[in-house]
Design a protein around this ligand. Sequence first.
Ligand SMILES: [Zn+2]
Length: 278
Amino acid sequence: MGGLKGEGLGKSSLPNVATDTRAGKTEPRRLRRRVRAGRTLAGLIWPQRSLITHRELPGPGALEPGLWSKLTFITGQQCARCGLPFEIAVEPDQVCGACLADPPAYDRARAALIYGDISRDLVLGLKYQGRRDGLGMLSGWMGNAGAELLAGADLITPVPLHYFRLIWRGFNQSGWLAAALAQSSGVRLSVDTLKRVKATPIQGNLSADARRRNVQGAFKVRSSRLKLVKGKRVVLVDDVLTTGATAEACARTLKRAGAACVDVITLARVAGPRTATI
Ligand SMILES: [Zn+2]
C-alpha cells in the first residue's frame, strides 16, 4: 500500500476514500453487523448527496441515474501518447497528428472522462466546494483509465498549487486525487515532490502557446525528493488535461531531475487535440 504522507494536501490531509469491503469474507459476523449498522447510522446523519445537484440520493451512489448517461467515459482506441480518443479504428500504438508533429514532454497521458458539462461540474465541485465524498469513485475511474500506466509506476505525485493559492483555497484537489489513486493502486505517493515556484495566472481561455509561456519555469523538484524521482517511473496526477501545457512543464522538470518516465493521469481531458482549450 502506498504511503499516505499528508504534506502538501492542505487542511484535510487524508482523502475520503470508499471503505474497502474486501476483508468482509474473513471478519467475524458480529463485526460485519456493527459495520453495517455504523454505515446505516452514518447515512442517516450524513445522507448521501449528489455530487452535481447536492440533492439527497435515495440509495448509495454519487449521482442521479439521469446524470450518469451524460458522462462520456474514454474507453475506445486512443492516441498512444496523449490519449486523444480516435473516432475510427486504428492500428495499436497509433499516435495522433499533434503528437506526431510535436511529441509531448510526457510519455503517455490517460483520462477517465471527456471534459463536458457534467464532468466539468464534478471537477468544479472538487476544486471549489471541496467535495471529497466523491474521491473514491473518481479515483476509481482514473485507476481504470490509467491501469496500464500504474502497473509499472514507482511514484504518484500531483500537479502542485503555488503556496499562496494553497493557502487561499485550503487544499489541492489534484493532491486529493493523487492520494486516493495511490491508496487504491498501492503505488507510492509523494504529494510534495514538485513545487510551483511561480504564481501563474489562471489559464482560463489562454491559447496553447500562451499556456506554455505561462507555466515555463513554474515548477521545481524539491531537493529532498530527488532520490524518489531519479531513474523512476512517475505518474503525475491532475484534474483536467487541456492543452497539456502544465503537465508538460511538470514532466520536463521531473525528467530534468532524472525521472525515467513521466506518465499523466487526469480525471478528464478535452475532446479535441492538444491545441484545443476549454
Ligand atoms: Zn496524441
